[in-house]
Write a protein that binds this ligand. Sequence first.
Ligand SMILES: *Cc1c(COP(=O)(O)O)cnc(C)c1O
Length: 398
Amino acid sequence: MAKKENKYKKYGIATQAIHTGTDYDEETGAVRRPLHMANSYKLPDDLSQVNYSSTDLLMYSRNGNPNQHWLEEKIAALHNADDAIVLASGVAALHALFWTLLKTGDRVVYPAVSYMAVYRLFHELFNHKFGVETVMVDMTDLNAVKRAITSGTKLIHIETPDNPTNGVTDIEEIVKIAHQHGALVSVDNTFASPFNQKPLEYGADFVVEALTKYINGHGDAQGGAIISNDLETMDRIRYEAQVNVGSVISPFNAWQIFRGSVTFPLRMKRINESAQQIAEWLENRDNVTFVSYPGLKSNKGHEIAKKQMNNGYGGVISFGVSSDDKTVECFCAALKVITFAVSLGHDESLIFPQPSYDERIHLYPEQFRNGFIRFSVGLEEPEDLINDFDQALRAVGL
Ligand SMILES: *Cc1c(COP(=O)(O)O)cnc(C)c1O
């Protein structure tokens, strides 16, 4: 697709989040662009030039729709990038990228701690179905990454901070290793969000965001994005994964995420501040065995996070309590403000235990193997969240 000029480039992120991708509606003058729920668009009179597998012409909703395109402009702007592709979910975006870049015989290096679907795609599917050589490494150990990379390595995929342990990976160092060997780097930036971290500025080739989380921010729409300056590969992704696999986003979800993203920088600022305050409180609370939050000075990844996370450290706090799985569940159930549910980055705070019988628990650092809980800070008063933690911990005798 032709690169769209970002008229708001010289402005700050909050201004861009409001203005990029929006305009007056041409037909009515409305100050909001409409939601176009159409499957098809009027064809040109001369069909000889129409390419039915392209995304250049509005023709059929799977080839692209206006709400998707407007959101793509905004997501690209949030990353100071030339292009973004918005798809049906974060996992659809991850799959679209991997599906387009990798073929039989290629090698991909991926993190021992990552989003569940990345583990499934590389540990079970791409290797067995397509003969892609998939190598899992601890991305915080740069020597291990150097040992894992060979001349056949096409891609190093990283996630920082990672889900669910909040481990930090040095983007610049991974890029150096990868590019020396002719490999590409993709970064899952969902935990940090573009408010805090823009991996393209550290040399990454591709960024993936689950828009479902912070960018939509209201827990009511699913979407994902790939962001890059490599326009040629981005067009291949559109062709191979969007048009011919079908992972396009619905116009309605794109419209909803567009609306949610207007307040994204404001929400992120608040979430960064609350998370820092709550992480510091948890660190000093009896019966809390560890707190993994990149904003804590005691955190192993703090120095790297300081270098690459420029506005704050995000809204996820991974922590542990000195207890067994059943008591952890009772603790989560005893919370009165915080919601006991999966996902993260919503307006409401969410909590999700990571039980010791989880199939991937052996891949996490030692301290995460008992009483491990993932908490996503919402927009409530931080004092209310702290008090809620305290009462629920007491309720289960902690
Ligand atoms: C949630 C999440 C995803 C997947 O996004 P979906 O919209 O749920 O498909 C990918 N990566 C990370 C780090 C996530 O937290």
